[in-house]
Design a protein around this ligand. Sequence first.
Ligand SMILES: [Zn+2]
Length: 247
Amino acid sequence: MAVSTSAPPRAHGASCDECGVCASVRDWSTPDAHNLLVHMIRSRVEEGLRGGGSPPHDGRTVPIGVSARHVHLSPEHVETLLGPRTPLEPVRDLLQPGEFATDHSVSVVGPSGRVLERVRILGPTRPRTQIELSRTDGVGLAMNLPMRRSGDLEGTPEVTLVGPRGTVRTDGAIRAARHVHASPEDAARLGVGDGDEVAVRIPGPEGLTFPAVQVRTHPGWILTMHLDTDDANASGVNCVTHGVVLV
Ligand SMILES: [Zn+2]
């Protein structure tokens, strides 16, 4: 039986439907995003009138980015799937410097023949192809996807990628481990370092605490916690949600 999914599940009220590995899309030009922006402004104004204001910013809060399913491709796989000398061109910059969404997508076919259609290709290319899916996507593909740190792909399951010009069979299908991107300066402010694991509490009526969130630092990175759509939906995350880092 083929499973066809036309669009990734979205976080409640979020506009971040194309977030990449290092991505939180805040494209305010779309109708959904415009409505969300109006809602955010109205909420802030109403909070101000009530004497409330923004949540306390004690230096331990971190914005949330929701990563919908996507793939990163090796240069060889770009050629096979999209055709020779096809450049991966940005249609939208993502939050982290240098990362971008393209207007290309592939279908992901699991070992049993089940299919996820229109999985976005993000750029730039990487040394190895990596397919980042949610646990729910894995259920749809009848696959048990391992949770891995980005780039840690040894022994990961194989899928078939179907592009407009060709097909490749490749390993690299994972669930991305929950992580926080931080500049060294932001990490220092939080009292953490590269590779540390922290707990992050998501406030709100549906909030959750995620216990083992990896901290990754790189100069220039924008402070963001990345959750996949399953985690974001389970904890009621939207574009204005901030996590609280618990050390
Ligand atoms: Zn990330």
